[in-house]
Write a new protein. Structure first.
Length: 538
């Protein structure tokens, strides 16, 4: 019955009644009578220190109102004292029962406090969400633009819009992106095409700058992180390029010049604070190429850059390079790049930096100018990334369709070896210049690194004799490895050499060559063994 008594104390009695009852038991004030331990029934007399006598009855370990002469209607301290006395009579220690009751009471209290705290926090969160939603709705109602709004209104709009999101987490970035893709774009969709494109371009640019600011506060060593922010940056960058190509710059200049002023002073070439510095350098040049075509603005920007360059700003040299190209002064432009030296801006001028200009010259069909640039840029592509070299070769291939410069193209490819091997080899094979291709491959040193067996199989039927020098070289490479696997591979090449001699009706030459092989490598017993297995020795 001990567990039932503990459960009764825990559920029915107050802590004060339990403690008072235990104190009465400890003082020896409880006198049990008519004890039925199995059923949990008992009667008791309890005499308090002042001599008052209280009679209590317990039935099945539970208090029944009216069974205590103290008149209590709820479980009282006297009934608790009887339960402790019954516990002692059953052989258990009453103090352990008291500790267990207190432990259960503490657990119940902690659980109740925790549940109350959860309810309170849930209520606070709900209230906060409701207030946030109400605030967002009020902000959305106020953040509305139409075609009549000025450039200053656009600036105020974006300022308030970014306040709404307070970019500090990736979740805020995601929410901002969703609002832009949904509500903001829909707001501008009925506008005239040029005005709509200008507004979208302005918003994308502002978001890119906001992401840079967000990264500057949350990243180290210039490494942008975060799934949503990186994804949004790349999406915005792609859309900015699309908008710049879709916009009619002349119409924008004629009808919406006040909006163009928003872009004029937005970017500073080579700003060191930016995480994705190369992108911003490119965007600066694209804006001044495709959108900001006003002659006075360009002259003012050029003057500003000159002043910055005179004060030692190396980034300004890149800006001046761009304006020299726009003016057709290519030699002066490249002279400015030479002034960069080992400045922090020098790494920006990678081969891909020039692709914008090459694409522009192609679009304008300036083929002679393109040829001059390709000659000048060729040394910069030594050691370039594969995608950069691929773009360089594509420009060359397109140029060859307009100017007879194939010999110069080959010379350029030879200059860029080994990086240009794949492009040059492909061209030679397509022209069936197998002897030149063989010489090129042998020139690369470890021929097995560059040769694909499938290519040789296709060529061997028609050009076997021209492939002999390469096959001899490949066999020598395998023999030089001086292991069984190398010897086996060498035998494969030697068999193909023999088949070429046989097809040409020159078997005696093969016999002479095989005899030289035996004599030259007679010390390599394993190799001679493989030759005999392959039935290559006379």
């Amino acid at each position: 019955m001990a567990m039932e008594w503990m459960r009764s104390l825990e559920q029915d009695y107050s802590l004060s009644a339990i403690q008072s009852g235990f104190d009465q038991f400890i003082r020896g004030e409880v006198k049990l009578a008519n004890v039925q331990m199995e059923e949990g029934n008992a009667s008791a007399e309890i005499r308090s220190p002042d001599g008052a006598l209280v009679l209590v009855r317990i039935r099945r370990g539970a208090f029944v109102p009216g069974h205590c002469t103290c008149g209590a209607k709820h479980p009282c301290e006297h009934a608790a004292a009887v339960l402790f006395a019954l516990t002692a009579s059953s052989g258990r220690r009453p103090e352990m029962l008291l500790q267990e009751v207190y432990a259960k009471a503490r657990q119940r209290r902690d659980r109740d406090e925790q549940q109350a705290k959860k309810k309170r926090l849930a209520k606070e969160r709900k209230r906060k969400r409701e207030l946030e939603q109400k605030w967002q709705e009020e902000i959305n109602r106020s953040l509305v633009l139409n075609t009549a709004n000025s450039a200053r209104d656009w600036q105020f709009f974006t300022k308030q819009w970014f306040k709404k999101y307070r970019l500090a987490t990736e979740q805020a970035v995601q929410a901002m992106a969703e609002d832009y893709k949904g509500r903001i774009r829909a707001m501008a969709s009925p506008w005239p095409a040029t005005q709509r494109l200008l507004f979208c371009l302005y918003m994308e640019l502002e978001m890119l700058l906001a992401l840079e600011h967000y990264w500057s506060k949350s990243t180290a060593d210039g490494k942008a992180g975060g799934t949503h922010s990186n994804q949004l940056f790349h999406e915005c960058a792609g859309r900015v390029a699309d908008y710049l190509h879709q916009l009619d710059a002349e119409q924008a200049q004629a009808q919406y010049k006040s909006y163009l002023s928003l872009f004029r002073n937005k970017l500073d070439i080579g700003a060191q604070r930016k995480v994705k510095r190369t992108f911003w350098n490119d965007l600066y040049r694209y804006l001044w190429s495709y959108l900001l075509i006003d002659a006075d603005w360009r002259n003012e920007e050029r003057s500003r850059l000159r002043e910055s360059a005179e004060q030692g700003d190396s980034a300004a040299l890149i800006g001046l390079f761009h304006f020299d190209i726009l003016a057709g002064n290519d030699e002066a432009a490249f002279a400015r790049l030479a002034q960069l030296g080992d400045s922090p801006q020098a790494p920006v001028v990678r081969p891909s930096f020039f692709q914008h200009y090459l694409d522009t010259f192609k679009a304008h069909k300036e083929w002679e100018r393109t040829a001059r640039w390709l000659r000048k840029l060729a040394p910069r592509y030594k050691g370039a990334r594969k995608e950069e070299l691929d773009m360089f070769v594509r420009v060359w291939q397109e140029l060859l369709q307009h100017l007879p410069l194939r010999e110069e193209w080959e010379q350029t490819m030879f200059l860029l070896l080994p990086w240009s091997y794949a492009h040059l080899a492909k061209e030679l094979l397509e022209q069936k210049r197998i002897d030149r291709w063989t010489d090129l491959t042998l020139r690369m040193g470890a021929a097995s690194k560059w040769v694909k067996p499938g290519t040789l199989y296709r060529l061997e039927q028609e050009h076997g004799w021209e492939l002999l020098p390469l096959y001899h070289h490949l066999a020598e490479e395998e023999i030089s490895r001086k292991n069984r696997q190398g010897y086996q591979e060498a035998v494969k090449w030697l068999k193909r050499i023999r088949s070429i001699y046989t097809a040409a009706g020159n078997e005696q030459e093969w016999v002479r060559f095989a005899a030289l092989l035996r004599k030259r490598y007679m010390r390599l017993k394993a190799f001679i063994d493989e030759l005999e297995k392959g039935k290559l020795l006379p």
